[in-house]
Design a protein around this ligand. Structure first.
Ligand SMILES: [Zn+2]
Length: 259
């Protein structure tokens, strides 16, 4: 037994090959964040500054423990249905909600001051929103605003925004919100549904799905690299966050989607 443990301890630090599927998922991540990520070696993600991050799965016995402390491969297990028709998610189907926080902290900043250094103003129909320019998030949100301006019937859902940057944890959790990185936007709360406002607890069965946001608006955001909290069982239909690694299935923009 002691010998087995010793072998395990010695092996734990060694680089191992990933499965073909995990390697492909890691390479999609590299492709989505080319300013930061350089490649994949063995079971490590290689950053352009030479940093190495382990591509591992956490041993998480429950859904909540997975959300609170996932490995990077747990995040990459996500299949987000970008640009697909809207539907009611199954229990605990929250594509994009498992986030490996060290990845986001390193890209966008690990403190409010670091994040703030990268924030720029985005004009959101007369409202001044602060959004990170890291990974082109602010530029992408300006394009979404342009897309929406050409579709005035969608504006009542989009404005006023309920906020972008705010250094905070996800309500009642130890996890930083993507709002803390300046890479998320909340739309008009008067047109939104949020599971926490409806009195449910994390992971509980029987959360009743509700949504009023039109698919046309959701797809506009997804085409620009933003995922939607309305695709989550723990629905948050005002919430979009910049996650270009999950929206590649939308394909290239068509002229009708705006340029
Ligand atoms: Zn939000």
């Amino acid at each position: 037994m002691r010998w087995v443990l010793l072998c395990w301890a010695l092996g734990a630090g060694a680089t191992q090959a990933l499965s073909a599927q995990d390697r492909a998922a890691a390479l999609r991540l590299v492709q989505a964040y080319p300013a930061h990520l350089g490649g994949v070696e063995g079971d490590e993600l290689i950053w352009k500054d030479g940093t190495r991050m382990p591509l591992r799965r956490a041993n998480a016995p429950t859904y909540v423990s997975l959300l609170n402390a996932p490995g990077l491969l747990n995040q990459l297990d996500t299949r987000y249905p970008a640009c697909a028709p809207l539907r009611t998610p199954a229990r605990n189907e929250d594509p994009g909600r498992v986030r490996y926080e060290p990845l986001f902290r390193k890209m966008y900043g690990g403190t409010p001051q670091e994040v703030q250094r990268h924030l720029v103003a985005v004009n959101w129909f007369g409202q001044r929103l602060l959004v990170t320019q890291v990974n082109g998030a602010a530029a992408s949100l300006r394009q979404v605003a342009g897309d929406l301006a050409r579709r005035p019937h969608l504006l009542p859902y989009a404005r006023p925004s309920a906020g972008t940057f705010l250094w905070r944890k996800v309500a009642r959790t130890p996890r930083l919100s993507v709002h803390a990185f300046g890479a998320a936007i909340d739309l008009n709360t008067a047109q939104s549904n949020y599971w926490q406002w409806e009195g449910y607890a994390e992971g509980q069965a029987g959360i009743r799905y509700r949504n009023r946001m039109p698919a046309e608006l959701v797809h506009l955001f997804e085409r620009r690299g933003w995922i939607w909290g309305g695709r989550w069982y723990h629905h948050d239909t005002m919430h979009f966050e910049y996650r270009p690694e999950l929206t590649q299935a939308c394909g290239p923009l068509t002229p009708s989607a705006g340029r």
